[in-house]
Every structure is written in structure tokens, then in C-alpha cells.
Design a protein. Structure first.
Length: 166
């Protein structure tokens, strides 16, 4: 029997341009259906853009308010109850999430800052999703290996995978 308690999936969204805003709109519009159909609730706890840095609220950021502020050209720092860091990387290092959605603009020459965002999440065993092709094109094999190693370590360190207890 499935538990009636649905634990939220805490999400960092790094990049709040076209793709990041589309994602927040989709999560907001589809929240009821996702919970009903798949028993999952996504809670955006971290949100970053180049202008405003990284914003975090443990209980989840109000998606409609974030989208409205952006549409009006106002700062996301106006969101109520958020903590702030100057960069996404600083904010990610200081906070917790279950998944990273990395959709920032990262120029081809270095793949930064996207590559560092992906590395930070993967090094901590946090799965990452990206539409950002440059970090993947430049360093995808290493990122995939790192992510696989982090995932395998997190699975093997779970009590259920460590054999019987004496």
C-alpha cells in the first residue's frame, strides 16, 4: 500500500531565462496532476539567475511570485522569506536539494558556469538535469563518470545495501 504522505523533491533551478521560466510555469501548472498521477511533488527551493544570484527558501519558493517579478523586470530578491548568495555556486554549497536543473547560459569556450554547477551537484551525489550543451560537449564523459560514481557510492552506503547487522 502506498503511503499517503508525499515527500517533496527539492529542486535547485540554476538559470531563469526562457528554459528556467518555462520549467517553473510547467511545474506550477502541472503540480496537481503530477501529485495525483505520479505521487510526486516538486518543490523549487533554490533559484538562480545572473542578475540576482542564488535565492533559497527551505519550504519552497513561490513560483507564481517569482514568475510575476521576472515578467515585471523586478528583482527576485523581493521574494518573501528567501536567503541570498551572490552566485549560484555559493548558494548551492550552502544549501541542500535533491536534484539540480542546470539551464544557465555557459559559453562554449569554458562551459562555465554550468560545468561548475554540475560538478558541485554530482560531487555531492545530487542528480543533475541540464539543457546546457556546452558543459556536456566539453566534459560530458568525465561528468557522467563522476555522476555514476557518486550515485553508486550513495546506493552502496545505504543501510539496506550493507548486509546483515550483527
Amino acid at each position: 500500500m502506498r503511503s499517503s504522505v508525499i515527500r517533496p523533491v527539492r529542486v535547485w533551478v540554476v538559470g531563469f531565462g526562457t528554459v528556467g521560466q518555462w520549467l517553473l510555469q510547467a511545474l506550477d501548472r502541472g503540480a496537481v496532476e503530477l501529485e495525483r498521477r505520479y505521487a510526486v511533488r516538486f518543490e523549487v527551493v533554490g533559484l538562480a539567475n545572473r542578475r540576482d544570484g542564488f535565492l533559497y527558501r527551505a519550504g519552497g519558493i513561490d513560483l507564481r511570485s517569482a514568475l510575476a517579478l521576472s515578467a515585471e523586470g523586478r528583482s527576485l530578491r523581493e521574494l518573501p522569506g528567501v536567503s541570498h548568495w551572490g552566485t549560484a555556486l555559493e548558494g548551492m554549497r550552502a544549501t541542500e536539494a535533491d536534484v539540480l536543473v542546470e539551464v544557465s547560459a555557459s559559453p562554449a569556450v569554458s562551459g562555465e558556469p554550468g560545468r561548475s554547477h554540475l560538478e558541485e551537484a554530482l560531487a555531492r551525489g545530487i542528480p543533475a538535469v541540464t539543457s546546457n550543451k556546452w558543459p556536456v560537449a566539453l566534459d560530458g564523459v568525465r561528468l557522467a563518470e563522476w555522476g555514476e560514481a557518486s550515485w553508486l557510492h550513495s546506493v552502496l552506503s545505504r543501510p539496506s545495501c550493507q548486509g546483515p547487522r550483527s
